[in-house]
Design a protein around this ligand. Structure first.
Ligand SMILES: [Zn+2]
Length: 341
């Protein structure tokens, strides 16, 4: 089976010949593989794509992910200042939406051809054999960027109608970005809703302010024929069932969730992607321990298929390559269909 077919098979909750391996290799770690500082990769579409391709050449994973490349004005995203540290992930400045009337000042984005260069390169170079996921922020995550994280959390109580107004606008933004990535060759879209974690908002708030909007855009992407993955950081145990109601093909769950519990609860409804601890395990431990943890994850969630081996979140920037390779080697050793059916 080709890697892309393996991933499609798992996303359909079936058992491929081999459990696919697709740890979260995003622009946090991959620039290192080319000796680049993170800022260089974030601000150069060609370098961003080359770093992702290098992750495949180095690790032989079954799929890659990439977001949009930089716009003409990368320091300004939808009216929000973005700071690119030399060698770290971007930081968002003063949120542009303070009052209701500010929502209309946020223009619906126009995706430029140059922003699609990374997905186009990946699609052209390896899209016939690897699964290529485009990545966008979910509407609630964009709302927290554009209205400010703490203010958004306060306004869930104080001005819920205002927050819903912002979410209607950010749903359009996520939709436009995701649709552009699909049109440029992405097999699927992953939406990230980091701030919808149960460590940050209550399950009730998740069902009110995050889930309906996730469902809306995931539905749009599915209509275009794309597969869909929903990522929520840290703990999502109390909302796992609600997350499946979004219609996502896979839930990307983080290390705090008990993988066996998740498999028993939702494994018949949705594909599970996860959930090796990126920092405590993959960055900080040695390959033999990572190898054993990957084996345990496969035994917990891989039986019968519908599982993709992954980290629970981004592989950290300075993770040694042999640690990532330990995940891949364990998957190839223990992930075969014959031992999991
Ligand atoms: Zn995350």
């Amino acid at each position: 089976m080709l890697p892309v077919d393996r991933v499609f098979c798992s996303l359909s909750k079936e058992m491929p010949d081999m459990t696919p391996c697709m740890p979260i290799l995003d622009t946090y770690h991959t620039p290192r593989l080319l000796g680049l500082k993170l800022r260089e990769a974030y601000l150069d579409s060609q370098k961003m794509a080359k770093a992702q391709l290098q992750a495949y050449y180095r690790y032989q994973v079954d799929g890659l992910e990439v977001g949009l490349g930089p716009s003409e004005t990368p320091e300004n995203m939808l009216g929000c200042r973005v700071i690119y540290p030399q060698d770290d992930v971007p930081i968002y400045g003063e949120p542009p939406i303070k009052e209701l009337e500010d929502i209309d000042k946020i223009p619906l984005p126009e995706v430029l051809n140059k922003q699609l260069i990374p997905i186009e390169i990946l699609s052209k170079e390896v899209g016939d054999k690897l699964f290529i996921a485009g990545v966008v922020s979910a509407p609630f995550e964009y709302a927290c960027i554009l209205h400010g994280f703490s203010q958004t959390l306060r306004d869930l109580r104080l001005r819920p109608g205002f927050v819903n107004g912002i979410l209607e606008r950010t749903t359009e933004i996520s939709r436009i970005y995701g649709e552009a990535l699909i049109r440029s060759g992405a097999h699927g879209i992953k939406i990230k809703d980091s701030v919808a974690a149960s460590t940050i908002i209550s399950p009730k708030d998740y069902r009110t302010f995050a889930q309906p909007y996730e469902k809306e855009i995931l539905g749009r992407f599915k209509k275009m024929g794309a597969k869909t993955i929903l990522h929520i950081c840290t703990d999502s145990t109390p909302i796992l069932k609600n997350m499946t109601e979004t219609g996502a093909d896979a839930l990307e769950i983080d290390y705090i969730v008990d993988l066996k519990f998740a498999k028993a609860l939702i494994g018949s409804i949705v594909c599970i992607k996860g959930n090796l601890a990126p920092v405590q395990l993959v960055l900080q431990r040695r390959p033999p321990e990572i190898f054993r943890a990957t084996r345990d994850a496969i035994l917990s969630a891989g039986v019968g298929g519908g599982y993709i081996v992954s980290t629970g979140d981004s592989i950290p920037r300075d993770t040694p390559s042999e640690n990532v390779l330990a995940i891949v080697k364990a998957t190839r050793k223990f992930g075969g269909a014959s031992s999991l059916t």
